[in-house]
Design a protein around this ligand. Structure first.
Ligand code: SF4
Ligand code: SF4
Length: 228
């Protein structure tokens, strides 16, 4: 079985955020949080200043503390090395959130996409009210992607957690995670870590790489190359 991982090429990344938006669209992620996110930092003193844009997401850790901590096995590893989540088994205890050193597990404290239930038009007598729009499109949100339902909840309910699952519904069809497809700079490369001929392994043998919080022993599978 494959052991899926991702390489992020920091010199190719232009910091446009297309991955974050693509992930939201593909996975119907609520407005309160992001599954695919980024950190920005500026260090140094002018004129010797360094700006860094670091894309972040679930690391699909090989030794995942969220999986070990979950009391109901709602957070689990699949045969492809993905860290996945079951809405049905999740009791919303947030033990995984505390165990995850990367802060990538989000909690649905509110009913997702609730703003679309509003009867109030943004501009009265000019625009439609959000509820009018979803009633006409007959979907939870106008830009709803029904493909997400193939392996997970199309929209996850209030009271459970959710996070990146490497677009497992796309992987099952032989497609790449949508963040990789949407990246205009080809900065995100997805592949099988156990295949010596995979592109990610070629990149990892060619360039030095870093992983986040490697000292935690989680064996994270997001590899950053060409840091500068
Ligand atoms: S990054 Fe966090 S949520 Fe993802 S597998 Fe690792 S510990 Fe779990
Ligand atoms: S919130 Fe859900 S996934 Fe997280 S530890 Fe509790 S039951 Fe498991």
């Amino acid at each position: 079985m494959p052991n899926y991982a991702m390489v992020i090429d920091l010199q190719n990344c232009v910091g446009c955020g297309a991955c974050d938006i693509a992930c939201k669209n593909e996975n119907n992620v609520p407005s309160d949080f992001y599954w695919s996110n980024h950190m920005v930092s500026t260090t140094g003193t002018f004129p010797n200043v360094k700006f860094q844009y670091l894309p972040t997401l679930c690391n699909h850790c090989m030794d995942a503390p969220c999986v070990k901590a979950c009391p109901t096995k709602a957070m689990y590893k699949d045969d492809n090395g993905l860290t996945l989540h079951s809405i049905e088994r999740c009791i919303g205890c947030k033990t995984c959130v505390l165990a995850d050193p990367y802060g990538v597990i989000n909690v649905n404290y509110k009913v997702p996409h609730q703003s679309w239930q509003s009867d109030e038009a943004l501009i009265p007598n000019v625009t439609a009210a959000p509820k009018e729009v979803i009633d006409k499109t007959n979907t939870p949100i106008p830009y709803y992607n029904p493909d997400r339902e193939e392996t997970y909840g199309g929209v996850r309910p209030r009271g459970v957690v959710e996070k990146c699952n490497f677009c497992d519904h796309r992987i099952k069809k032989g497609e790449y995670p949508y963040c990789c497809v949407a990246c205009p700079a080809r900065a995100r490369i997805f592949g099988d870590l156990d295949d010596p001929d995979s592109e990610i392994n070629h990149l990892l043998s060619r360039y030095t790489h870093k992983q986040l919080l490697i000292e935690k022993g989680t064996k994270p599978k997001i590899f950053y190359i060409r840091d500068f």
